[in-house]
Design a protein around this ligand. Structure first.
Ligand SMILES: [Zn+2]
Length: 207
């Protein structure tokens, strides 16, 4: 198994897999190589599981054509037709500026979606964020951050992320109690979570 070994000042060995499917092993400077190899061997099952996930994401990504299409709430729009599909976009002078289109649609639609599905769950403010790692966050003061790239995902997935963040208003962790709360508002959250994983490549999306 090929892997990239990074020796650094640390106490334990750690394995991670990046979005390209490369295995990265970080190890303390003096750990002998046979110990590192044994550790990798031990984690074989985990590695294979995660490589499979990365492969799944990569092949799913192949369904998208960002050169010719825009993706708004899971629907595909031809870039040439974007002005026809979103005539309002022109008003704000972002013709041909896809980034602004996404941002402005995220600004318009995401807070509305939160309002619609919050069903009594408390929140204070909603801000868009530009994270390359997470879809959203929620702090103990009930302030929610939503990644603007959510506007590209199918509505059902966006709703799940919103519910997930809102439920952090009750439980700030990912405990059993938290998932129970999520399931009250989103019964098929397990399936949706798996779908959301396939879209994780979009977190790296930039224009
Ligand atoms: Zn969470």
């Amino acid at each position: 198994m090929e892997y990239k070994l990074i020796r650094q000042k640390r106490k334990t060995i750690a394995i991670s897999i990046n979005e390209k499917g490369q295995i990265i092993v970080k190890a303390p400077i003096k750990t002998p190589i046979n110990k590192i190899e044994a550790f990798i061997q031990e984690k074989q099952h985990w590695i294979e599981k995660h490589l499979k996930k990365v492969e799944g994401v990569k092949s799913f990504e192949g369904n998208f054509d960002f050169k010719n299409n825009a993706y708004i709430l899971g629907k595909e729009y031809k870039l040439q037709e974007i002005d026809i599909c979103f005539p309002k976009a022109e008003d704000r002078g972002f013709q041909n500026k896809l980034h602004n289109l996404y941002l402005s649609l995220a600004e318009q639609k995401l807070p509305k979606m939160v309002e619609e599905i919050s069903s009594g769950l408390k929140y204070n403010s909603i801000k868009l964020c530009n994270s390359k790692r997470i879809w959203g966050s929620f702090d103990r003061n009930y302030n929610m951050k939503l990644n603007w790239r959510l506007i590209m995902l199918p509505e059902e997935l966006v709703n799940y992320v919103i519910i997930h963040e809102l439920c952090h208003g009750l439980e700030l962790n990912h405990s059993q109690a938290f998932w129970k709360e999520v399931s009250v508002h989103c019964q098929n959250y397990k399936t949706i979570k798996k779908q959301l994983e396939l879209y994780s490549f979009l977190l790296q999306f930039n224009i």
